[in-house]
Design a protein around this ligand. Structure first.
Ligand SMILES: Cc1cc2nc3c(=O)[nH]c(=O)nc-3n(C[C@H](O)[C@H](O)[C@H](O)COP(=O)(O)O)c2cc1C
Length: 211
């Protein structure tokens, strides 16, 4: 199989193992704009994630330009809540930093899980499906020569964040995928070998525990 194929002006990695292995979280990106078609490809890849009972429990919000400002505002408001005195110089600086966070990348895709009301659905499985969708997005970004990182943190789960995105109580913001063109050197990933994480079971020991 060819490892690279061309689409439009860019290229995509079609060797899936190579893509999975090479993808890295890219925390520093250029402010250059990202082509809408590439973002659409990421979103489309996301929607092909496996999802139990065909619930497709994801919602995406693509923020760019001044569209990133409300997220910054809410991040600062949330940060303010834990401050005794937000007017101190130090805290004012912290609030400014919080408000600027979304401007670290030209595009941020907020990904939310919106669990189905179907009584057959198990909530954790909805989170699992959206996590798979995010991984698809990250791989699609990498395949198109983009850098991306899944960011999260406590503010993601704050009621004010749900309010910002018009989400219901049972919904959650699962992550903010920051996207742009990489502005950092390529680096090797590091993982523990699957051999240390895997138990192969090919016979019955007669008990109810395989470990
Ligand atoms: C649920 C989740 C939340 C994450 N949140 C953050 C985050 O808030 N900030 C960050 O720098 N990286 C975050 N990451 C990315 C991890 O730090 C990154 O995947 C890890 O360091 C491994 O690096 P790699 O993705 O390049 O292999 C998150 C990853 C996951 C799965």
């Amino acid at each position: 199989m060819n490892s690279i194929s061309y689409i439009g002006k860019g290229f995509v990695i079609v060797d899936i193992f190579k893509g999975i292995h090479e993808r890295r979280s890219i925390g520093k990106v250029k402010s250059d704009p990202v082509e809408k078609e590439k973002i659409e490809k990421m979103l489309e890849a996301a929607t092909w994630a496996p999802n139990h009972h065909h619930t497709e429990p994801w919602k995406f919000f693509v923020l760019s330009g001044e569209g990133r400002r409300p997220l910054g505002r809410v991040l600062a408001e949330i940060a303010k809540e834990s401050m005794d005195d937000p007017t101190t110089t130090e805290n004012q600086e912290k609030l400014k930093k919080a408000a600027e966070k979304p401007f670290r990348a030209p595009v941020i895709i907020t990904v939310a899980v919106t669990p189905s009301d179907n009584p057959k659905v198990i909530p954790i499985e909805e989170v699992a499906a959206v996590s798979a969708a995010i991984q698809n997005m990250l791989l699609a970004a990498h395949a198109q020569g983009l850098g991306a990182i899944w960011r999260s943190g406590k503010p993601a789960y704050h009621p004010k964040m749900k309010e910002l995105f018009g989400l219901r109580e049972q919904d959650e913001v699962l992550g903010f995928v920051y996207v742009g063109y990489s502005d950092m050197p390529e680096r090797q990933g590091k993982r523990t070998s699957f051999t240390e994480k895997t138990t192969w079971v090919d016979s019955d020991n007669g008990g109810n525990s395989i470990s």
